[in-house]
Design a protein around this ligand. Structure first.
Ligand SMILES: Cc1cc2nc3c(=O)[nH]c(=O)nc-3n(C[C@H](O)[C@H](O)[C@H](O)COP(=O)(O)O)c2cc1C
Length: 149
């Protein structure tokens, strides 16, 4: 199975989650920053996992740019999963969150969201990740693979 993990990260926390997910999934896995994930990288991918920091309730600009360039024909029918990092549930209630918007965007292009969008929590704007989040990310990735197999 060919897996692509695409992420953006300003302070490094989302990158840590993305790399942990990439290491936990089995198969032919590539981990790319959203700026490097040009549309050609999506060709032949069986599973796309995309994640970004939540900023003002949305994914960061690099992730928005990636999503904008995604070719509908490539994503149509592809298994997808989305995640984000964020501070607290309080903000989410007001502005929404990145993972949901990433998932919704890819779903709109025909992607098959195989698990609900997943949040991972940081202690503050620059991190660090809350205790146990890397382990949870690895578990989430394994759950995705189990569904896919
Ligand atoms: C400009 C800005 C806006 C933010 N807005 C939100 C928000 O709406 N909700 C939230 O939970 N966290 C918000 N945060 C916190 C980020 O989610 C946090 O910085 C991010 O998870 C860290 O990930 P990174 O290290 O990969 O950049 C914001 C941070 C910045 C810098």
């Amino acid at each position: 199975m060919k897996v692509l993990v695409v992420y953006d990260s300003v302070y490094g926390n989302t990158e840590k989650i993305a790399r942990t997910i990439g290491e936990a999934v089995t198969g032919d896995v590539k981990i790319l920053h959203a700026n490097d994930a040009n549309p050609a990288e999506l060709e032949g991918i069986d599973l796309l996992i995309a994640g970004a920091p939540t900023q003002a309730g949305r994914p960061t600009l690099a992730m928005q740019g990636f999503l904008k360039n995604v070719d509908e024909n490539t994503v149509n029918g592809m298994s997808i999963a989305s995640f984000d990092t964020r501070i607290s549930a309080k903000w989410v209630g007001i502005f929404g969150y990145a993972a949901g918007k990433i998932g919704k965007n890819l779903k709109k292009r025909g992607g098959n969201l195989i698990l609900p969008p997943e949040p991972f929590f940081v202690e503050g704007t620059e991190g660090p990740l809350k205790e146990g989040e890397l382990e949870r990310a690895a578990g989430w990735a394994k759950e995705i693979i189990k569904i896919k197999e």
